[in-house]
Ligand binder design. Structure first.
Ligand code: ADP
Length: 481
């Protein structure tokens, strides 16, 4: 059965991107369309979305949106993302701004967007079977579909899904905000459920959406516990029967070592030997010794505690002093990590190159040129770095958490299986052991080639996950009835 799905998100690549959500929003609707579904996207029109670059036409002329006592107006424009209709909601007061987030009134901006979405859909006269919302910014649409809009003749049959990409951000509000914007529909007077405050957009969606999901199966289990639940775990446990996990894919057109225009030498699984030209180019570019035999470890990511950089900080110096390997690190984040890695690069100039910036092209050269990729996250809803690494035959060294646990299989020397090196306990010793195992395997060329071949053979595209989203939508529709 072909489904009508409205995919609602605050960021969609290539129009506006801050993080991984934009990649998902830009890729999943295309993959679902390829399965024969009628999927359409809706997002705010930020002023950074350039009409010169993306041809926009008017889909719905100016229409009113009731927000608080003041009446706002919005306009719906339309463009196409490889055939997928993308609706961009314009409003001068809230979205005539360069950035996606970071304004004092973000809560009000996205509450307005959530109010405007059902109105825009009504004007389109296209009733979706499912509305798929993402993170707190759009979660209120799911919350309202499950409550006040249930009795609405147009939206009554529409099911709702909320996907959690980052549980740490929840859209908290206070009593004044709740009353002013009528966030919580009449009849729902509760201020807490299971001890969790409902002055929180994501909490309301977790409670009222037909289906809640997150971006890996393991993370869907982990967030049921206080250690990972960000204080919402009691609500998630309450909705456990409606909670699912589906791993993200990566865009195979963009992340493809056989066609990547950012790298020195293109290669694929049948020409693995060519990958070494990328290593050589990376060693030259970073000023490290050009030597094919020295293992080169890549690290790319936000320099925060979430990504396990405190573990790296604790183990890296003694390991660098004991073992011959090279490290190339690219990232931005907390100042203390900037300082730490800057000092490390100064102390070990011949072994470590550190780039404290955001550079998408350099990232591609690291994925292609490194032998291994280090990602020891404390928690990881899905993680893209390890997926890109697998695709590029760069073997991930990861902690078994969230999406990392679901996508990297630990190397087993007996069975000659596995696609990387996995450790469990969150401490520097466990990381050091995994790292030592990786270095040891690296010095056995046949073993390493086998690992690379298995890594590159793994399907990390969107096609399997898009099918699972289709099943999730069918579940949401059944549960809605
Ligand atoms: P998160 O979304 O939590 O930051 P992910 O692993 O899901 O982590 O996605 C991060 C993405 O951003 C990856 O594609 C990674 O390559 C990219 N990235 C992170 N930091 C940088 C950087 N400094 N320069 C270039 N790309 C980066």
């Amino acid at each position: 059965m072909s489904l009508k799905v409205l995919f609602v998100a605050s960021e969609v690549a290539p129009y506006a991107k801050v993080g991984g959500l934009a990649d998902v929003a830009g890729a999943l609707p295309k993959a679902l369309t390829a399965l024969g579904h009628d999927v359409r996207l809706m997002m705010p029109r930020y002023s950074s979305i350039d009409e010169q670059r993306y041809p926009l036409s008017v889909a719905v002329d100016t229409f009113p949106v009731e927000l608080d006592s003041a009446r706002e107006f919005a306009l719906l424009k339309e463009t196409r993302l490889e055939g997928v209709p993308v609706y961009l909601l314009e409003n001068g007061r809230y979205f005539q701004r360069e950035n996606v987030y970071g304004y004092q009134d973000d809560l009000e901006r996205f509450t307005f967007f959530c109010r405007a979405v059902p109105e825009a859909v009504r004007h389109l006269g296209w009733r979706p079977d499912v509305v798929h919302t993402n993170d707190w910014h759009t979660a209120l649409v799911a919350a309202w579909l499950g409550t006040s809009l249930r009795a609405d003749p147009f939206f009554g049959p529409t099911a709702s899904v909320v996907t959690i990409h980052n549980l740490a951000f929840q859209g908290w509000f206070d009593e004044y905000f709740r009353a002013r914007f009528n966030v919580v529909p009449r009849g729902l007077a509760d201020q807490t459920v299971d001890g969790v405050s409902l002055y929180n957009a994501l909490a309301l969606a977790i409670l009222h959406a037909d289906v809640v999901n997150t971006v890996s199966e393991t993370y869907a289990q982990e967030i049921l516990t206080p250690a990972y639940g960000e204080h919402l775990d009691p609500l998630l446990r309450r909705r456990q029967d409606h909670l699912f996990g589906i791993i993200n894919g990566i865009d195979y057109d963009f992340f493809n070592p056989a066609t990547d225009r950012f790298i020195a030498q293109r290669y694929d699984a049948s020409s693995l030997e060519k990958k070494s030209a990328n290593k050589q180019a990376l060693q030259q570019e970073t000023g490290l010794a050009v030597d094919p035999r020295v293992p080169l470890i890549g690290v790319i990511g936000r320099l925060t505690d979430q990504k396990g950089f405190d573990l790296v900080a604790q183990m890296i110096t003694p390991v660098l002093e004991e073992r011959p390997f090279q490290l190339v690190l690219l990232g931005t984040g907390d100042e203390r990590y900037h300082r730490l890695f800057r000092e490390l690069a100064e102390r070990h100039r011949d072994q470590a190159a550190v780039y404290l910036k955001f550079d998408a092209a350099l990232a591609q050269r690291i994925y292609a040129g490194a032998d291994m990729f280090l990602m020891p996250s404390r928690f990881e809803p899905c993680g893209l770095g390890q997926l890109i690494s697998l695709r590029y035959g760069t073997l991930p060294v990861v902690r078994a958490t969230g999406g990392l646990a679901d996508t990297v299989q630990d190397y087993d020397p007996e069975a000659q299986t596995g696609t990387g090196f996995v450790f469990r306990a969150y401490n520097p010793f466990a990381l050091t052991i995994a790292f030592a195992r990786a270095l040891e395997a690296y010095h056995q060329p046949a073993t390493w080639r086998g690992l690379m071949a298995r890594a590159m053979a793994r399907d990390v595209s969107w096609s399997a996950s898009a099918r699972r989203y289709q099943e999730l939508y069918e579940k949401a529709i059944a549960l809605h009835r």
